[in-house]
Design a protein around this ligand. Structure first.
Ligand code: CS2
Length: 498
């Protein structure tokens, strides 16, 4: 089978959408740090629509921060890859719509050549640097949002200005080079699932720049822009079976297609330092304030996703669609949204929350995605604060109960046990894994008690000021006692019974 690349594009089946513009004429307007599946199914797809409309200034240089695997797969394909949008037809049969994306026209691997990354940030044509580096990539304290100057990558980067390895180090030293060349201001745009992601990024960049040179920090603060955004599309990790099935449908080999659901949403603040693509052509919305969109999405989508992930992983429900097909889990998720999350969103104007909820449950039921609960379960320490604990804090402050929210938090604690209810062990994939599993072993691992719950709650990087909260501790204790004694399903059934 031939390889997908510029020379084989013409031979693809007619049903496959492909770039009709002249890829050789692409300029590089965007540098993207963290070129994983998510960005390739989201921002790159929206950018593709602007290229298709004839604005060829927005080609993307994709940077991998750690591994060469994306570059190794896509370079022989001239940067081309397939986006497979998957769902089921009215008979429940899986179907997919294929589009070859041409927006990524250069790939870099930062550890191999950090200087090339700094050069790309400094290049005159680049006007936007975007990031999907996951929560932990900001080297910040998740409970407070502040950059950790003691983070090993940050310590390393402050000592190695020519070979940074964190996204924050690359941005600051790239901007230093850019300013030395007088190449105009830049927009730095986070696309990660963090509240006020632009402000978190801005805070981290300015704090790092302060440590390098206060004048540099001042200039970045004055000239650069950090729009916040809410991004939403479910993108499961590509498997070898996906590679094979997409390649077969294309009639040529694609070593790294990406998959996504039909749903796409992106609300980005229209706050750019220079010009920008018209991403509305690809389904985005430019807004003045992303906060309401973020709060809605982080609490409703990501909050329920993480709850499903820990409950599902413990019960042995391997994928989100399998988990949500369990009547007890579905009932719990519906009630969790309706009774506990949605009241914290009541101030959002003009929103049909019941409609949003129903649509979300339908997205989770998509059988063609096979989104693994274990994938979503990773990095819990980085995810819990904005996904679950914001809602918990708001409710506790108003004296409202949190039984269903607490079940999600308890399921995360229970998950630290490292073995599911079928006796299958799994690794805890989390930057704080060693500390957290040790803490679990000496507390909850000895049995659920109020002392054990309080010991877990005093883990400050996750729980911060919630440490001494008696109402939360009581709700967690009751959930944990039930999870330990009776398991996930019986706990859900009892919770639904009220
Ligand atoms: C998921 C998200 O993996 C996870 O943690 O919750 O990636 C989720 O699929 C997206 O944010 C949906 O927009």
């Amino acid at each position: 089978m031939n390889r997908l690349n510029d020379s084989t594009l013409g031979a693809l089946p007619a049903a496959v959408t492909r770039p009709a513009y002249d890829r050789r004429a692409l300029q590089t307007g965007i540098v993207h740090l963290g070129i994983g599946a998510f960005m390739r199914a989201h921002m790159a797809a929206a950018t593709e629509a602007t290229l298709a409309a004839g604005d060829l200034r927005w080609g993307i240089v994709g940077v991998s921060l750690r591994q060469p695997d994306t570059r190794d797969a896509l370079q022989p394909q001239d940067g081309l890859y397939t986006l497979a949008i998957r769902d089921a037809d009215e008979h429940g049969q899986p179907r997919q719509r294929l589009q070859v994306i041409g927006a990524v026209h250069a790939l870099l691997v930062a550890p191999e050549n950090p200087q090339a990354v700094l050069e790309s940030i400094a290049a005159a044509d680049a006007r936007i640097v975007s990031l999907t580096v996951t929560e932990k990539g900001y080297c910040h304290d998740p409970a407070t949002g502040a950059l950790r100057l003691d983070h090993p990558d940050i310590v390393h980067d402050l000592e190695n200005p020519h070979a940074p390895r964190s996204a924050i180090g690359m941005l600051v030293f790239g901007l230093q080079l850019r300013f030395a060349r007088d190449h105009g201001p830049l927009t730095l745009m986070s696309l990660d699932n963090l509240p006020a992601n632009g402000r978190v990024l801005c805070g981290a960049v300015l704090r790092f720049a302060e440590a390098v040179d206060p004048a540099l920090a001042h200039r970045i603060g004055a000239e650069c822009r950090f729009p916040c955004s809410m991004v939403d599309r479910i993108v499961p990790r590509t498997t070898d079976a996906d590679r094979a099935s997409v390649s077969q449908a294309l009639g040529c080999e694609d070593h790294w297609p990406v998959l996504g659901e039909p749903f796409f949403d992106w609300a980005v603040e229209d706050h750019f330092a220079a010009d920008r693509p018209d991403w509305t052509l690809g389904g985005a919305r430019f807004v003045t304030d992303a906060e309401p969109f973020e709060r809605l999405k982080l609490r409703m989508v990501n909050g329920t996703h993480s709850s499903i992930a820990y409950l599902g992983a413990m019960a042995g429900w391997e994928t989100v669609d399998k988990a949500i097909s369990q009547a007890a889990l579905r009932e719990h998720m519906e009630a969790l949204m309706r009774d506990e999350i949605e009241p914290t969103l009541a101030d959002l104007p003009g929103l049909d929350l019941p409609g949003y909820r129903a649509n979300l449950l339908a997205r989770y039921a998509n059988p063609a995605l096979a989104h693994r609960t274990q994938q979503i379960a990773m990095d819990g320490s980085q995810k819990l604060p904005q996904r679950l604990l914001g809602t918990v804090r708001d409710r506790l402050a108003q004296g409202l109960p949190v039984p269903r929210m607490a079940l999600g938090v308890a399921a995360w604690m229970h998950y630290l046990r490292g073995v599911d209810e079928l006796g299958q062990p799994y690794p805890i994939d989390d930057p704080h894994a060693a500390e957290l599993t040790a803490l679990y072993q000496r507390s909850l691992g000895q049995g659920a008690s109020i002392e054990a719950v309080q010991a877990m709650l005093s883990y400050a990087p996750v729980f911060g000021d919630l440490a001494g909260n008696a109402a939360l501790a009581a709700a967690l204790l009751s959930a944990l006692q039930s999870l330990q004694a009776h398991g996930v399903l019986a706990t859900l059934v009892a919770m639904n019974r009220g």
